[in-house]
Design a protein around this ligand. Structure first.
Ligand SMILES: *Cc1c(COP(=O)(O)O)cnc(C)c1O
Length: 760
């Protein structure tokens, strides 16, 4: 980009007001601070795309930018030139329009739902000898993208190809004004129309506004009526005329024909076109292609799920790789019905060998068995697919934990079977669902139809809300200064003191909120949090006078449920019953839910003390003291890989402090796991062991931060082999015992850097 705009011209073009005059010349526009290159005279436009650009002005300043275009008040040092406009996007488009009008060479614009980038790139290829072409980078076709594309025009070019997309009514007007194309290509909207349009016709009409003033707009005969309806001057392309002999993929062939037809129109000889048709470049915009596990070729395009890019990725997959099996993995987690249909239509037209659809961030187990295939991964940037792809890439290079969602589902329903019908289920997802990761398990539980989720602290609840959890969320330990977030994110606090109740009511009354759902924690013997029996009368009186809140539930927590002697638990249950009576008589509200059982409690006392709800935790993962008897299934496997094998001579030592000395010649393997991953240092020197190819291999020497050495003298193995840390041979209970702890602590101590994989 080389704009050469004076400060005053810039202000004139965008119609803003500036805090000071300047003689600066602006050469380049930035809207993303990551792209700032300080050697150039840049202006930073604070756009609001996915994030509010005004939050980044300071970063831009620190990177050397001194001119800013903003629409909100910003705090910047006094040498910053701040130009204020009403709408920064419109301002950017004004600059683009002004810049584009400096050039008289033709602009060819491409719009429609499909094929834009493909056609643009192919036209570029076909025309590159006739013209010096400027074109949209990548798939820059949004309101911002089109402006940025136009700003790339210079007087060294003599032809521009710009792609345009829209997703809302009335969006095209500004874009048309900015682009003013002389020529157009319309690719159609397919059966899919964006959600913001009432009909396919209206979606098409919005696209076609781009061509109101073009001399000629090219399109396939099938779109004839749409162009007529919208009074666009069209040149129809007849697919049959172009004897597209061996193009098996229809839409792929259509794109090729459109590109060839337009190139012919622009003067490329047919002979020349025929030659070039076989050399059209394989397009792999954002795609990353690499050799994966099990001789699979991985095509990773997990950054967006727009249909155009999907088509490109498919045409790449189906045209460029010799592997016969073509597997497509789609993550449709955040995709609505309409779009889903359109996506599946496109994918099915290519007839992949196998299609996997992921909707809950889990990986189908079948997919892990795929060998010798090309696998295309396609999902939006919001989905978890990126991490899944890493698994296919790096299984040989990593440490990871696998969570088996089928087992989790089984465990939930097995525990529920111990309860009277109509008992509700709350699942505790505190501490990132017991260390399993922030969002996957909560989403999975929401899909399973669990009634409630519970967390320890407010910020855990806000994370759930921000990531699409709609279930009611109980907060166990509500901090006084978090009431604001509690209310904003519709979270339900547990209250355990009068002071806290009063403070919360006061906060609610400031906003005139009534009947806000709360939970009451009562003390029956854990001696952690809660109201004591002797506090109840005062509490009940207070609650009666507090229209701000509505008690959703009253609960207590068991201290000794895993003890084979049920004495203490039964005592707690009796105390709870007595307190329940007081609430029932005092508040006279039969909608209040009472609950005391955790996983252990559910397993042992589900038939006698479920009350209205239970709160499950560890049992969901299959690790209660009686999990085997109850038929719960373990759901976690922790694995790593061997990075190197070494042969030691007698007398040599291993690792820091030389705490292990080989007594005879032996083989050791270095593993990609250390105490920073949660494989604690106390497992050093034989306390811990791992399983490799069916053989137990004890730890030798001290566990390091990122690596551990084990004795592999008794097993055949090589670098890259998989190593079981926790799994079929070493259960989480065994592993916990070696560390003198419990599965809860092991689960929550697996470091965040360890990849999490969810299998189904
Ligand atoms: C963590 C927790 C649970 C779940 O306990 P598990 O032993 O994992 O079943 C239930 N209730 C409360 C209050 C908790 O803190």
């Amino acid at each position: 980009m080389k704009l050469n705009l004076s400060h005053s011209k810039l202000i004139e073009v965008i119609g803003g007001s500036s805090n000071q005059d300047s003689s600066q010349i602006v050469d380049v526009i930035y809207y993303d601070t990551r792209l700032i290159n300080t050697s150039r005279n840049g202006v930073f436009f604070a756009l609001s795309d996915r994030r509010n650009g005004h939050d980044f002005v300071e970063t831009a300043y620190d990177k050397g930018i001194r001119t800013f275009v903003v629409s909100e008040a910003v705090q910047l040092p006094s040498d910053a030139i701040v130009i204020t406009v009403e709408n920064t996007l419109r301002a950017l488009q004004q600059v683009a329009k002004y810049h584009r009008n400096q050039f008289s060479y033709p602009v060819l614009a491409i719009t429609g739902s499909l094929g834009k980038t493909t056609i643009k790139e192919w036209l570029y290829f076909l025309l590159s000898e006739e013209f010096n072409i400027v074109r949209s980078p990548k798939s820059y076709n949004s309101q911002i993208g089109v402006a940025i594309s136009l700003l790339e025009m210079t007087d060294e070019h003599d032809f521009a190809i710009i792609e345009v997309d829209i997703s809302h009514p009335n969006e095209m007007e500004f874009i048309e004004d900015m682009v003013s194309p002389a020529l157009g290509i319309y690719t159609g909207v397919g059966h899919y129309y964006a959600d913001n349009f009432e009909s396919q016709k209206m979606h098409a009409a919005e696209h076609l506004k781009l061509f109101k003033y073009t001399n000629i707009t090219f399109t396939l005969t099938e779109h004839k009526s749409a162009l007529r309806r919208n009074k666009i001057n069209a040149e129809l392309i007849d697919v049959n005329e172009w004897n597209a002999v061996d193009f098996t993929q229809l839409s792929y062939a259509n794109n090729r024909i459109i590109a060839m037809h337009v190139a012919a129109f622009l003067g490329v000889q047919k002979e020349e076109l025929k030659k070039k048709a076989d050399q059209l470049p394989v397009l792999s915009n954002r795609m990353e292609v690499f050799e994966g596990q099990d001789n699979n070729l991985i095509i990773n395009d997990s950054y967006n799920i727009d249909i155009d890019a999907l088509e490109q990725a498919l045409s790449y997959q189906f045209s460029s790789d010799e592997r016969k099996d073509k597997i497509v993995v789609l993550d449709l987690s955040y995709v609505d019905e309409n779009r889903r249909k359109a996506i599946l239509e496109v994918v099915n037209s290519y007839q992949p060998t196998q299609l996997f659809i992921i909707e809950d961030n889990s990986i189908p187990k079948e997919l892990l068995k795929v060998k010798d295939a090309s696998i295309l991964f396609k999902g939006s940037y919001r989905s978890n697919l990126k991490e899944t792809v890493q698994l296919f890439k790096n299984r040989k290079h990593e440490t990871w934990v696998e969570f088996d969602l089928k087992s989790i589902e089984h465990n939930v329903s097995t525990l529920q079977k111990k309860l009277p019908e109509n008992t509700k289920t709350l699942v505790m997802v505190k501490a990132s669902s017991y260390g399993t990761g922030d969002m996957n398990i909560p989403h999975f539980l929401q899909q399973l139809g669990i009634d409630y989720l519970g967390v320890a602290y407010t910020d855990e609840g806000t994370t759930l809300r921000e990531n699409g959890i709609k279930l009611p969320i109980l907060i166990m330990n509500t901090e006084m200064d978090a009431f604001e977030d509690v209310i904003r994110f519709n979270l339900e606090p547990s209250l355990f003191s009068i002071r806290q109740l009063e403070a919360f009511c006061k906060r609610l009354s400031e906003d005139n909120i009534t009947d806000y759902p709360i939970h009451i924690t009562v003390e029956t013997g854990m001696n952690r949090l809660g109201f004591y029996p002797e506090d109840l009368q005062e509490l009940i009186e207070k609650l009666k006078q507090s229209p701000e809140v509505k008690v959703k539930s009253v609960y207590s927590h068991l201290a000794d449920a895993d003890n084979t002697d049920p004495g203490y638990t039964l005592q707690q249950i009796e105390r709870f019953k007595a307190m329940k009576n007081e609430f029932e008589q005092g508040l006279n509200d039969d909608s209040i839910l009472f609950h005391i059982l955790n996983s252990e409690g559910t397993s042992k006392f589900g038939n006698i003390a479920a009350f209205d709800m239970v709160r499950l935790g560890i049992g969901v993962f299959g690790y209660t003291s009686t999990s085997e008897d109850d038929g719960l299934l373990p759901s976690i496997q922790w694995k790593t890989t061997i990075s190197q094998i070494k042969s030691l001579n007698a007398g040599e030592t291993v690792g820091y402090g030389r705490t292990f000395k080989a007594e005879k010649a032996m083989e050791i393997a270095t593993l990609r796991i250390g105490y920073a991953d949660g494989f604690r240092r106390s497992l050093s020197n034989g306390v811990g062991a791992v399983f490799i190819n069916g053989v137990s291999c004890p730890v030798v020497g001290n566990v390091c931060m990122d690596m551990t050495m084990v004795d592999v003298s008794n097993t055949n193995c090589q670098a890259g082999d998989e190593v079981e840390i926790i799994g079929e041979n070493i259960t989480i209970k065994t592993f916990s015992k070696r560390l003198n702890t419990i599965p809860y602590e092991v689960m929550t101590s697996i470091n965040k850097r360890v990849a999490r994989v969810y299998l189904k």
